[in-house]
Structure formats: C-alpha cells, structure tokens
Design a protein around this ligand. Structure first.
Ligand SMILES: [Zn+2]
Ligand SMILES: [Zn+2]
Length: 276
C-alpha cells in the first residue's frame, strides 16, 4: 500500500523526502509554492530537486505537488485567470524537476457566473496549460471539491465533464474523501457504493486519494478535514476506503489537521491499523 501525508518543504525538498519514512510514509504531498501566494516565490533549487529525486528512487517513495490555494482556473477575473494558468505551468516544471508524478489542483470557483460557464472556463485553462507545457511524466490531477461557495467539481458528473476532453495520461483525478463526503457523493453506510469506483473512465484517471476524515456532517458542503477516525467518516468509513480492492494501487495522502508534522506518524499508523 502507498500511504503518506502532506509534508512541508520549508527546509527543502530533499529534507521532506527524508522525513517521509520516519513517519511510516512511502508517499507524500508538498506545496509547489507558498500555499497562500503565487507571485514572488523563491526560484526552484535544482540541486535540492535532484537530491530529492535520487533519494525517492532509493527509498521507493512517490510524491505529488499541490498548487497554492489562490489558483482559480474558473475565475471570471482575467488577471487571476492568467496568473493561475502561468502558476500551473510553472508547477509542472517544479514537479518534473523533483521527479513527482502529479500536480494536484482544485476545481475552480466561477463566483456569480453559472456552473456550466465555470466548467468551460476551467477546460479552457487546462487546454492552455497543456499547450504551454513542455514537461514529461507529470500529470495534472484535478481534485473534487466539497462544493463550498461557487466551487465546481463537487459532483461526479461535473468532475468528469471537466477532465473529459483531455488525454487520461495528462489530466487525471485526485479524489478527496472529505470533500466527497461533504459534497454528498460519498455516502455513509454505503462507502463502497460511490459510483466513481465502478466507472472505468473515473478509475482510469484516478491517481491519488486524499484520505481525510470530516469535521462536518454528510452533505454539509464545507471543506473541513478531521483526524483519521475522529470525524463523521469515522473508523468505518476510512476502513471501507482503504480496504476497497479497487483502490489498492492508488496512493493515499493524508491532509488531516495535525498539530505538528510528527503527529502524522500516529495518523498513518491509525490507517494501517484499519487494514483488513
Ligand atoms: Zn485534498
Ligand atoms: Zn480540503
């Protein structure tokens, strides 16, 4: 099983790779840039990226990048839209240098514009990113949302509509269990019944799972993660997901609200304890 968590790269990428195994992780996620901004960022440290990449191969660790939260690929604001496209193009370069297989990006927010408009706007953004993209071996992983505010991509149909025009080896999916639960598409007492898990198109694109418990009840449409087993998914929900044979080959990444990074060791152990 591939399991890991979100790790800080404040001390460098190679340093994060070294931390992973000490937490019981053989996969991890990192922010490609400062999560709250995307301009005036530190330039990519190529030497550190090379070191981290070599170390990942040696330790058999995989990783994905996560774009900053300010990125909005469905925004009606032309300046933010342009900046978001440029940021994602750069993030693919960062991810390639670090030998990480994907960059996770949330579905966008079209604000007062209709949802269909948002879907088209996001498709147009992805089209432009792929046109400019010169990297190889890095996928864009579109993440389902909780449906908070005007967020698109909270239903399975909408998520699939966004990615549908693109080749599955370039645009994949990252499935967040908390978002799906809060969006009302991952159902309590029928965890394995999520229609995506029996949809070949969805499964063909599924390359990462954000394994999070939920602080808010089913259908609450809020993005609020909870520690493993301590929220509304609980031990039963998490156990059903991690023991689902259809998800066996997909890496799990925890983004649970730990007080400090070391606590992910307990979180990962809590997940492993639920394995049948
Ligand atoms: Zn997530
Ligand atoms: Zn979230």
């Amino acid at each position: 099983m591939r399991i890991g968590c979100h790790l800080s790269v404040a001390k460098g990428f190679a340093a994060a790779v070294k931390v992973a195994p000490t937490l019981g992780a053989n996969a991890f996620q990192y922010f490609t840039k400062n999560p709250r901004g995307f301009r005036h960022q530190k330039p990519l440290d190529r030497l550190d990226a090379d070191r981290g990449r070599a170390l990942m191969a040696e330790l058999d660790i995989v990783a994905v990048g996560h774009t900053p939260y300010l990125i909005n690929l469905a925004t009606p604001d032309d300046d933010l839209y342009q900046a978001s496209i440029e940021a994602l193009v750069q993030d693919l370069i960062i991810a390639e240098a670090r030998g990480t297989y994907g960059v996770v990006v949330h579905c966008g927010k079209p604000k007062a514009e209709p949802r269909d408009w948002g879907v088209e706007r996001m498709q147009q953004a992805l089209r432009r990113v792929l046109e400019e993209n010169r990297t190889e071996g890095v996928m864009i992983l579109v993440e389902n949302t909780a449906g908070q505010g005007s967020e698109i991509g909270s239903s399975l149909d909408e998520l699939m509509a966004i990615v549908e025009p693109f080749p599955p080896d370039q645009v994949g999916i990252c499935f967040d269990t908390q978002h799906a639960f809060a969006a009302g598409i991952l159902t309590p007492d029928d965890w394995s019944g999520f229609p995506g898990f029996r949809d070949a198109a969805f499964m063909g694109r599924l390359k990462a799972i954000h394994l999070n418990d939920s602080k808010v009840p089913f259908g609450a449409r809020k993005d609020r993660h909870e520690l493993i087993g301590q929220g509304y998914l609980g031990r039963d929900g998490i156990a059903a997901i991690v023991n689902d044979p259809r998800l066996e080959a997909i890496p799990f990444y925890l983004e649970t609200p730990v007080a400090e990074e070391r606590q992910y060791a307990e979180e990962i152990a809590a997940v492993k304890a639920l394995l049948a």
